[in-house]
Design a protein around this ligand. Sequence first.
Ligand code: URA
Ligand code: SF4
Length: 233
Amino acid sequence: MNSDDLRYELTLLRDLGFTHLDIRQPAATPSATDDARSADNRQRGEAAELLAGLKAIAVVCEKCKLSKSRTQVVYGEGNPNADLMFIGEAPGRDEDLKGEPFVGRAGQLLTDIIKAMKLTRDDVYIANVVKCRPPENRNPEPDELEACHPYIQRQVEIIQPRVIVTLGRFALQSLTGKTYGISSARGQWLDYNGVKVMPTYHPAYLLRTPSAKKDVWADMKKVIAELGGESGT
Ligand code: URA
Ligand code: SF4
């Protein structure tokens, strides 16, 4: 491990709450060295390894109260070098039991959307801003969103997608740290640390409101165009 890699790992541990580590190097500030390291990681195909290292920390995480009620942590899955990342809210019952994101009814709808884009779940990366199921599927609370944020931040840094699609209000607000309203924000490109973000509705909302599917499809067409693929019509 060279010093850049070491600094990266130490910064990660600090962000995850290991407060006894004292990191005085300017590792938290993105630098030319960090950019070079990121490019290098990608070239060497190290994203999978970095994601696995972070997962090992996440699966035993007890940073917030959701650790007490979860069955298992739902870390995220997909292509470690994906151009496209979908970010949802928090696991539901099916995900909590299976340990995989978006495998229930809303997940089936997301899978259908991905297929309509002429992609598969293995082409993209799917994760949530909160990794453990809130009891009775209640909304995630501010302390939980804050405690879990370093994980999604690192996942994005490691994967370096070209486009992120946020699903629903909590994903958008937690990722960007801003309080957008979802119906006014959806369909408009935003930026997250240099990555283009397309906010859209959550598939669970589409299950209740099928008339909104056309809006999501309009948003996905913009994503397809940005990625330079076929329109999928
Ligand atoms: N809803 C989400 O936001 N994420 C999941 O993984 C499942 C349902
Ligand atoms: Fe840790 Fe996130 Fe689970 Fe809370 S929700 S225990 S921060 S992994």
